[in-house]
Design a protein around this ligand. Sequence first.
Ligand SMILES: [Zn+2]
Length: 262
Amino acid sequence: MLAEAAANRDVRAQNPEARMQQGWKSRLKRELKLITAHVARNLTHKTVNSYNWNWTAKYLDEVVAELVASLEVSLDAAGFVSTPTLSANDVAVAYAKEHGAELLKSISGKTKENVARLVAETLDKGDTLDVLAKKLRADFVFSPGRAEMIARTETAFAQTKGSLASYESLGHEGKEWLTAGDDRVDSGGSGPCIAAEAQGAIALDKAFVNGRDGPPAHPRCRCVLLPVTRLKKPKKKSLVRRTIERDDAGRILSITEEEHDA
Ligand SMILES: [Zn+2]
């Protein structure tokens, strides 16, 4: 039993996406239980607002730990070069703290929206608490599928963030967006990916035409970001030297245009 628990811990340590998914599964499960108990105590339209939706206060530490683990793997994979003043852990912690709070806010916000809708529906129809409890259990916001989707998306974001920080530490000048290049890349959902790929190499600190720093551009995006060591210098504009030949009366006989470098 102990060996099994230790083995599970090892798997999670090696695979931050699995750890994140597990974390969200258990948080959503816990929230479902708390919210169901909360609405059972007093079911009115105000019930939803009196619940404690401050998930940042409840979960920020564990979400930050999961994001740090994910980012450290990405930084390592992309070859991040630490300096005495900036380690991979510093980069990971800074990102995780900033992004973790935003993530919790957005996920609790969407959850609240769905709970409010189901509570209103129950009150309008005069349904029982049991019906509401069943609907809450069946809702996507509390499902393992949502935990999986969050973990996958966050892993993709961490990969881009880790790649960008690493490319910069390695002295690369640019980046390139690469789609999976198979039939599943279509102009529908993958439109923003195809447009970014068509751009070719751009500077590291620039956003792609789809407004993003790198993949993902949509849920289940399989694109990757590539480093570009040197960006091609834009061609210098050449100047045109114009020689005008005139006759004695000042009429133009010919114009010769000659290009030369500026
Ligand atoms: Zn994509």
